[in-house]
Design a protein. Structure first.
Length: 278
């Protein structure tokens, strides 16, 4: 069982780096003032982790928001991802420099392979390993890698990914994959933890929310952490950014964690890592 303390708490990655287990997602937050504000509000609230990607086209705003927050760069855990058409060895090295330049930063805390592009991800990983060894990134990982992708990758890799960022919510738990990652010290991380907003309509979770005197979002996000899963809910609205992080004054019982686990329908709202065409 991992210990959960407060918004600045971390889970230790297998290389010893502490990854804040609660962060801000910025997919679909507009470049410019919208994302700048979201990042600033989040940091003011106490968030210390921001998750972007080159394909979100808002890295400049993320960097600017962090700069304007008044909190030191070293105190924020910054994550970006290499996009599919940049995969390959040299192209990934170039893409990384592009992300750093847009963010206005000297290093990243975590860099992820965004999707397991067939025939490409092993070369991409070699580039990440090089950047990691050079100290340009504090941790490297993957996203949307199923068990067979991970097994294939580690066959030739020198470094086991530190993180796997996956779609994860009450309708897509993938407990076997989570257990596999845990066994291999790969930190599991949830994307779309709120089912892109669709989680709010689930009656059984509304009932749980009433029981704990919390919101549906808070119950679901707390469930992520109690399962040892890093979570990065997205919002660009101040009240929601603040409210989503207000999950450190209660704990779900083991039975209620199990109840949420049992809602699994193996239902994706995002693309299937075994069948995507972008
Ligand atoms: P999410 O599950 O975080 O849901 C976001 C939606 O819920 C938004 O529409 C938001 O306005 C709404 N919302 C948030 N808080 C709310 C609240 N308290 N009350 C009511 N509505 C609320 O979805 P997401 O953005 O898809 O996922 C989170 C983050 O994960 C992304 O921003 C991105 O950083 C990352 N992500 C990664 C991948 C990947 O392939 N690696 C894919 C998708 C998302």
């Amino acid at each position: 069982m991992k210990t959960i303390t407060d918004l600045r708490g971390t889970f230790a990655l297998h290389n010893g780096v502490g990854m804040p287990y609660f962060g801000l997602g910025v997919y679909l937050s507009k470049e410019g003032q919208e994302v700048i504000n979201a990042v600033k509000w989040a940091i003011k609230t106490g968030y210390r982790h921001v998750d972007t990607a080159s394909v979100y086209k808002n890295e400049e705003g993320v960097g600017e928001g962090i700069k304007q927050s008044g909190i030191a760069r070293e105190d924020i855990f910054v994550v970006s991802k290499v996009w599919n058409n940049d995969q390959g060895y040299e192209t990934t090295l170039r893409a990384f420099e592009g992300s750093l330049k847009r963010l206005g930063m000297e290093y990243l805390d975590l860099y992820l392979i965004h999707w397991p592009v067939a025939g490409k991800y092993k070369e991409t990983w070699k580039a990440l390993e090089k950047l990691y060894r050079e100290g340009r990134i504090r941790a490297i990982g993957v996203s949307n890698f199923l068990k067979h992708h991970l097994e294939d990758l580690v066959e030739t890799s020198e470094i086991v990914p530190m993180v796997n960022q996956m779609e994860f919510h009450p309708y897509l738990v993938q407990q076997e994959l989570l257990a596999y990652c845990t066994a291999h010290k790969i930190q599991y991380e949830a994307w779309s933890p709120l089912m892109q907003g669709k989680v709010f309509g689930i009656e059984a979770i509304q009932t749980l929310a009433r029981k704990y005197g919390k919101s549906v979002a808070q119950v679901v996000l707390r469930w992520n952490l109690q399962k040892g899963v890093v979570t990065i809910p997205k919002s660009s609205k101040k009240e929601r950014i603040v409210a989503n992080a207000n999950i450190f004054d209660f704990a779900l019982s083991e039975e209620d964690v199990a109840l949420l686990d049992a809602m699994d329908r193996r239902q994706r709202f995002g693309p299937d890592p075994d069948n995507f065409d972008f």
